[in-house]
Design a protein around this ligand. Structure first.
Ligand code: SF4
Ligand code: SF4
Length: 291
């Protein structure tokens, strides 16, 4: 859950957790292998960067504790490692960051394998194994509905973050967002490939403005990988609510067109020809590959 950018895997309890986070006076989250002292989450690995940033904003006004079992002996320890790495990145970029208390507090033997049959919530070791099966079942149930053109909703933890940061318009937090370089040709490939509709190209006086909506972006990296001139990348920036929920101008580019056929060029190159026209002249091909 920490690495999936678009809520492909979500805990069905996320809605209830949101209520707990924003309305309780203190927050204690414990994994199934820890002492049951607060609200049980399936694994530390469900906390992605939006969730950690939300918790840190909330930690400015109330105590927050995360209780885990012995992650090193957990079958899913890699999930915890990913989540912990994300947290460390945020901490390093946030001077005087609010403190979240984390404790290793393994559950006692007799508290394992308890299942509340009257609810969907499962606790203890049996809960962990069963959650894996639940994940597989959920994927099976979801698969027939998956379509290439499907647009994912804004992930739940992103909604938490928008809510938390929106409480103070002056608040700024480290946030990983897209940036663009001058090499952008305004070719529109990224706009077409984005599954979220988070990118848009707007014409302006013969140029093109690349507009980005961070709230919608699930940071899947498709646009970064597909951009021919490698104009896109992700960087941590200092973000306020206005940036998170608004529209950002990434770059204004001047489109270039093929000198022969007039088609728009995907790459800036000295020949001024598109690949199709250049392929008719081997000399220009070698010039393009050198460029
Ligand atoms: S050059 Fe890259 S960033 Fe610019 S519009 Fe094309 S794909 Fe997007
Ligand atoms: S990383 Fe790029 S392609 Fe993926 S959601 Fe964000 S803007 Fe769209």
């Amino acid at each position: 859950m920490a690495v999936c950018p678009s809520d492909g895997f979500v805990d069905r309890d996320m809605k209830n957790i949101e209520g707990y986070l924003f309305h309780s006076q203190e927050i204690i989250l414990n994994c199934p292998l820890a002492e049951s002292r607060g609200y049980e989450i399936p694994c530390l690995g469900m906390l992605d960067s939006d969730a950690w940033t939300t918790l840190m904003i909330l930690a400015e006004t109330k105590e927050i504790k995360i209780l885990t079992g012995d992650c090193s002996s957990c079958e899913d320890k890699q999930a915890g490692v990913v989540s912990e790495t994300i947290l460390q990145e945020i901490i390093q970029l946030w001077p005087n960051h609010p403190q979240i208390i984390r404790e290793v507090l393994p559950a006692r033997e007799n508290s394992y394998d308890s299942i509340d049959k009257n609810s969907t919530k499962i606790t203890g070791n049996a809960g962990r194994v069963s959650l894996r099966q639940q994940g597989r079942d959920k994927l099976k149930a979801l698969f027939p509905a998956l379509e290439a053109e499907e647009v994912y909703p804004v992930p739940r933890t992103r909604q938490w973050l928008a809510q938390a940061i929106g409480r103070n318009s002056e608040k700024k937090v480290p946030y990983q967002a897209l940036s663009a370089k001058e090499s952008c040709t305004g070719c529109e490939i990224c706009v077409k490939i984005c599954p979220q509709g988070a990118l848009n190209l707007v014409p302006k006086d013969g140029n093109k403005l690349l507009i980005y909506e961070p709230l919608k972006c699930v940071q899947c990296g498709r646009c970064v990988e597909t951009c021919g001139p490698k104009a896109l990348g992700f960087d941590y920036m200092s973000f306020s609510s206005r940036f998170l929920t608004g529209k950002i101008l990434l770059i204004e580019s001047e489109p270039k067109y093929c000198n022969q056929c007039g088609k728009q060029l995907f790459y800036h190159n000295e020949t001024g020809l598109c690949i199709a026209c250049a392929s008719r002249n081997p000399d220009t091909i070698s010039q393009m590959s050198e460029a």
